[in-house]
Ligand binder design. Structure first.
Ligand SMILES: [Zn+2]
Length: 456
């Protein structure tokens, strides 16, 4: 059999990456994530798939592929797909974002997951504080420079810069041509050089197929290419310019952003205060010698939510939370020290502001992507209403986790790939405008239709 690639997700959509590579009996799934707007025609905040029905409600609408020997017995118990011994040899993971990992919770735990060492630390942190989709799977860890073989396929992971630590692209050598997979990448973060290393490895391999993300490939990309270092400069200016409370919503697992805001706070003589979930993550990542993260207690403090009316009581907190109570900062601590704090507050924790009761005139930093659909716009309006209610200033300061269109084009043209398969993009057709002197073929993927990795 000629080695082949089948895209089961990330096709004409951002997120939901699911790519099966097959080579004479070897089957490996590259990522197995949840799409951001996947199933939004059938499910919304009121109607959701029933957890008790396993994969059944998702199969109904074609939201999960019916691949044999992939799912757990529990996931299949109410479906037409019969449970059998694993036929898929492994899942290979690019990074720990839910659009790459989310559906692994349906996968047979007998199937091992290959992931970066940093990803396994992130998993440890989340499985302690909440659920992780990798729970129950054997994790086989790699780092850049390693090579590992799964049956007929040899994997060469190479680090890339992205908005979560431990992100990888891969060169996969099959019994015929090679396949390169970018995962998610950018060049404008603190570790942009890592993405250059990946681009070099791809062009050395001269792949038959380049599977590349194109999140920001669209006409009129509004996010001019703000870098993480310009986010730092703007945040420093903002924090230095006020004596009132500054708080921000951002993804706690974007460790570059945690570092950026930690430094901005420090430069203005303030303390960064993070959520408990982020504190747990930082504590786990502190053991990674290749990462620099702020230390709990030494560099950053932890916001402690009151669990019931009255005083804070250890017994109200789960065991993993209790260790942070020593470095805990309460709503009243923040109210009394508004000019000395930079508070990380996720949107779902906004009601805490009712207890904090900050003085009017403070600053809110929205450090996330602008809304790209109606639901996002509604959520953003709710945030704006809170900020107006507090009498705060609303500022957007953000750098994307993804490369802008011209840099995706550069990656494609320097890849020396025979065929380019655009994934994780809503506009795969726009890739045809990227071709310069190079002679690659554009293969717009179709869900479930195999693409050959055979020799040209
Ligand atoms: Zn990502």
């Amino acid at each position: 059999m000629v080695p082949q690639l089948t895209c089961y997700g990330g096709v004409g959509e951002i997120g939901g990456n699911k790519f099966l590579i097959e080579d004479s009996g070897t089957k490996v799934m590259l990522d197995f994530g949840t799409g951001f707007s996947e199933g939004s025609e059938y499910f919304d905040s009121y109607i959701s798939p029933r957890a008790v029905n396993g994969a059944g409600d998702l199969f109904e609408f074609g939201l999960l592929p019916q691949v044999r020997g992939l799912y757990s017995e529990k996931a299949l118990q109410n479906t037409g797909l019969k449970y059998g011994a694993p036929e898929v040899d492994a899942i290979v993971l690019s990074h720990y974002h839910s659009d790459h990992t989310g559906r692994i919770s349906f996968v047979d735990p007998k199937i091992p997951v290959y992931c970066g060492e940093t990803t396994s630390l992130i998993h440890d942190a989340y499985s302690a504080s909440s659920d992780s989709p990798l729970n129950g799977h054997e994790l086989r860890k790699f780092r850049t420079g390693d090579k590992f073989r799964i049956g007929k396929l040899e994997f060469e992971p190479v680090h890339v810069d992205h908005s979560i630590p431990g992100a990888y692209g891969f060169v996969v050598h099959s019994s015929e041509g090679a396949l390169a997979y970018t995962g998610d990448f950018r060049f404008h973060g603190p570790a942009g050089k890592m993405t250059e290393d990946f681009v070099e490895a791809v062009s050395r391999a001269k792949p038959a197929v380049l599977l590349t993300e194109g999140t920001r490939v669209r006409k009129g990309d509004q996010n001019s290419n703000t870098s993480e270092s310009s986010v730092m400069a703007e945040a420093k200016r903002t924090v230095k310019g006020t004596k009132k409370l500054v708080f921000s919503t951002f993804r706690g697992n974007d460790v570059d952003r945690v570092n950026t805001f930690h430094r901005a706070a420090q430069a203005a003589g303030r303390r960064l205060v993070v959520s408990m979930k982020t504190a747990m993550l930082l504590e786990k990542l502190a053991s990674d010698p290749r990462l620099s993260v702020p230390r709990i207690g030494k560099d950053v403090d932890v916001y402690v939510r009151r669990k019931r009316t009255g005083t804070l009581d250890d017994a109200d907190y789960r065991p993993w939370e209790r260790s942070f109570l020593d470095h805990g900062v309460s709503a009243s601590d923040i109210r009394e020290n508004q000019g000395e704090v930079f508070l990380h507050l996720e949107a779902w924790n906004f009601p805490e502001l009712i207890d904090i009761r900050p003085d009017r005139g403070g600053t809110y930093i929205h450090a996330a992507t602008e809304a790209f659909n109606e639901e996002g716009e509604r959520e953003e309006q709710v945030v704006r209403n809170w900020i107006d209610h507090l009498g705060f200033r609303y500022l957007q300061i953000h750098a994307s986790g993804h490369a802008p269109m011209d840099q995706v084009a550069r990656v494609v043209n320097s890849s020396r790939a025979a065929a380019v398969v655009p994934i994780h993009t809503e506009h795969p057709g726009l890739f045809s405008g990227f071709r310069r002197k190079s002679s690659w073929k554009l293969r717009v993927p179709r869900k479930g239709t195999p693409i050959s990795l055979g020799q040209r």
